[in-house]
Design a protein around this ligand. Structure first.
Ligand code: COA
Length: 558
């Protein structure tokens, strides 16, 4: 059994090139030229073909490894003829074969010789003609994308154009930093080594030609009508004459579809952002993906997540879009900004917070008779004394009695933020949507002050006059539908708060007093809480305290 180690072939000078895909598995029987791995630098991707046929015994690389020429890729048990041909010599004869050497893809343009020169020449702004570099033997390669426009500032190494043959796509990097003055080719042009590509005006140190004869006299250096220098010349790491880029634009890690056409840098960007290219619509020529396609896709996704349109990776399938006009007459009503914000916040809170809702009725018979007895005084003071200020005071008392409700979960997942202040939000129904102004230091304020402040904030909310600071800093929220109706509801916690109280409509109900049924004014209440921060027992204590205070408001004095 002859085992060969298949190494990384000549990469045209490229070093530490990332493995983005492993195309074979141990046990696979492979043919000559079958792709083993796909490597990708920031300029090119290349499939490394097998120089021999055989069975894969073991892999020596993992995805993400950085490989250089000569590094072992895998162990191959040779097929019949190859095995006998190789004899006992386990040196990788195939490594040196031209087949493997052909797997060269990196296309680089030489650094301007003058820039590299250690000669201390004065810097000068100079228009340089940048030619198409050595394409490793390929000829008449099509320009499929222009990565820059006239006027763009480019840095050395930035891609200028993307070329594509039937085997490879390659980005041609700028050999210098500067401003693009002219583009000498258009999408669809067929180009070969040395053709004019662009004129770039850059700062270069004008090295004396005599000191760099190799650069200016290179047979591959194009004649320049613009520059007398030798800025853009032959590739620093020109592939061997027989080499042809084995870059398959369709090959892409993570892109299962072979019909995905994108340059290496586009695929690299897609991979960095976790974008599956096959999910995008390509906008480039010949259905190629561009970097803008990837950016627009991510931008749209973020916008959808922020607006609550999609679940943001929770795996929850979106509700299908339906054409309701199929079923009858419809009209489209534009959502207000507040409605859109509420929608996003509700989705966020509903999906993030594990909710539990507990219900109880508070006997507010005495509270109501006290409140009504204060009507005349309230009128004198110019305020309306509704049940809300009492609820605010009772909630503040319960928050003091059960501090586990007055917390937020810290983002580090290691702490609770215990608050030593009591600010309470009040949900207000407005023509524009739901708003939650916050009343500060409820524990320190009296009923009149709370009545006046809640009425003022509710009016501001309805008039659209609330400032952002009026809606910040709540520890707890009260959502009252008491004036509207209902027996009970399950409010959604307004994170980062950990609890919210829902107030429904008070009604006279028969309550057993131990001897008989008595008509009592009962107020249905519900408390939803974040079960990560609060346990049922905490809620039981919180609720008991709240209900007892509402049943006998003298307790507020204790
Ligand atoms: N049961 C019975 N009646 C109630 C009540 C309750 N729980 N709560 C209020 N009422 C009564 C009030 O006493 C008042 O009657 P009165 O004039 O005879 O005294 C009447 O209903 C109207 O009260 P209102 O003006 O709404 O004042 P309020 O202080 O009770 O409420 C707001 C103020 C801002 C909370 C309220 O106007 C509001 O916007 N509620 C809607 C909140 C909301 O949409 N929540 C849902 C969030 S998803």
């Amino acid at each position: 059994m002859a085992i060969e180690i298949i190494p990384v072939p000549d990469l045209g000078g490229a070093d530490k090139v990332e493995v983005i895909e492993i195309c074979v598995q141990p046990g696979d029987v492979i043919e000559v030229e079958q792709s083993l791995v796909v490597l990708e630098s920031d300029k090119a991707s290349m499939e490394i073909p097998s120089p021999i046929a055989g069975t894969v015994v073991g892999l020596k690389v993992n995805e993400g490894d950085a490989l250089s020429e000569g590094d072992a890729i895998l162990e191959l048990e040779l097929a019949g003829e190859a095995a006998s041909a190789s004899g006992d010599d386990s040196t990788p004869s195939a490594v040196d074969s031209g087949v493997v050497e052909a797997a060269v893809a990196e296309v680089e343009v030489a650094q301007p010789a003058a820039v590299d020169s250690e000669a201390e020449a004065p810097a000068a702004v100079e228009a340089q003609l940048v030619p198409v570099p050595d394409l490793g033997g390929s000829d008449a390669v099509e320009v499929i994308e222009l990565c820059v426009s006239v006027g763009d500032d480019v840095s050395e190494g930035d891609s200028l154009v993307v070329l594509e043959s039937d085997k490879a796509s390659m980005e041609i990097p700028s050999p210098l930093s500067g401003k693009v003055i002219e583009l000498k080719l258009s999408v669809g042009d067929k180009v070969s080594d040395g053709d004019d590509l662009a004129v770039i005006e850059g700062v270069v140190a004008a090295a004396p030609a005599a000191e760099n004869p190799s650069a200016s006299s290179s047979p591959e250096a194009p004649s320049s009508a613009v520059s007398s220098g030798s800025a853009a010349t032959a590739p620093a790491a020109a592939p061997s004459p027989s080499a042809s880029p084995q870059v398959d634009a369709a090959a892409s890690a993570g892109d299962s579809s072979a019909s995905v056409y994108a340059g290496p840098s586009v695929r690299k960007l897609a991979r960095q952002l976790g974008v599956d290219l096959s999910k995008l619509k390509p906008s480039g020529p010949r259905s190629r993906y561009t970097k803008d396609d990837v950016r627009s896709y991510v931008k749209q996704l973020v916008a959808d997540v922020n607006s609550g349109k999609v679940s943001g990776g929770t795996g929850i399938p979106p509700v299908p879009e339906i054409d309701f006009s199929k079923f009858g007459e419809i009209e489209m009503v534009k959502l207000s900004k507040i409605a859109k914000l509420t929608s996003a916040n509700m989705s966020r809170n509903w999906l993030n917070v594990p909710h539990v809702t507990q219900f109880d009725d508070a006997d507010i018979t005495e509270l109501e008779s006290f409140r009504k007895s204060m009507k005349a005084e309230a009128e004198k003071r110019g305020v309306k004394l509704t049940p809300l200020p009492f609820l605010l005071k009772a909630a503040a008392a319960a928050l003091e009695a059960e501090p586990s409700f007055n917390v937020s979960l810290h983002a580090d997942g290691e702490h609770l933020v215990q608050k030593n202040y009591i600010h309470i939000g009040v949900a207000v129904d407005t023509p524009n949507g739901l708003m939650v102004p916050v009343i500060r230091d409820v524990d320190k304020k009296g009923l009149w002050e709370l009545a006046a402040e809640s009425a003022e904030l509710a009016a501001k909310a309805r008039d659209g006059k609330l400032m952002p600071r009026d809606m910040q800093g709540a520890c707890f929220t009260i959502s009252s539908l008491g004036a509207i109706g209902g027996n009970g509801f399950t409010p959604i916690v307004n994170a980062p708060e950990v609890a919210i109280m829902g107030v429904s409509k008070a009604q006279i109900k028969p309550v057993w007093n131990g001897a008989e049924f008595e008509p009592r004014q009962m107020l249905p209440l519900s408390v939803s809480y974040d079960h990560r921060a609060i346990n049922g027992a905490n809620c039981g204590r919180f609720f008991t305290h709240m209900v007892s205070v509402l049943a006998d408001i003298r307790r507020l004095l204790l």
